[in-house]
Design a protein around this ligand. Structure first.
Ligand SMILES: [Zn+2]
Length: 177
């Protein structure tokens, strides 16, 4: 009874959280919030997707098992077990130095311009995941920064385009003759 009371005091808004003691002590609960819906327990991932301020919010119905949650942390967030978390987190957050980031951002801007992408592509989770899988050290800029980069790149691109157009014009003139 005393124990129950303590639990209630700890989680006054979440009485049902006391159902499974073993589950609560699992390391995964540091990264999952628990919600009760229609007396079923759901685990909701509270991790941020790396580099963008969007919460993952992946939901799992937890029937007393943390298997799905562990798999999710491993596959999506590269978190493994408690012992490995510190080194894993370090590995994830270590980004390229500034000059390398700038260099890579230029490639991103070139890609966006070349394929006429919406700037918001940098905020799309699927795009983020693709880049993250290819290079976890890449720091994804937000669309506002990309806009600024394109503004700078445009002057350069415009010169290149002008040269290209001159070339095309002279080629077609030659053909016309
Ligand atoms: Zn997640």
């Amino acid at each position: 009874m005393k124990e129950n009371l303590n639990e209630l005091l700890e989680n006054p808004n979440d009485i049902k959280r006391t159902t499974n003691k073993r589950e609560k002590t699992s390391w995964v609960w540091r990264y999952f919030d628990i919600e009760i819906c229609n007396s079923e327990q759901f685990a909701i991932c509270n991790l941020e997707i790396m580099g963008i301020n969007i919460l993952c919010k992946k939901e799992y119905k937890t029937g007393g098992s943390t298997k799905n949650c562990i798999e999710h942390l491993t596959n999506t967030h590269e978190l493994f077990s408690e012992q490995n978390n510190i080194s894993q987190t370090k590995k994830i957050t270590k980004k390229h130095n500034e000059s390398r980031q700038l260099e890579l951002h230029q490639f991103l801007v070139d890609f966006i311009l070349d394929t006429a992408q919406l700037l918001r592509i940098v905020e799309r989770i699927s795009f983020y995941k693709l880049i993250y899988e290819l290079d976890p050290k890449f720091n994804m800029p937000d669309s506002k920064s990309v806009k600024a980069m394109i503004h700078i790149a445009y002057n350069y691109t415009f010169k290149v385009l002008t040269n290209l157009l001159e070339l095309i014009t002279s080629v077609s003139l030659t053909l016309d003759l």
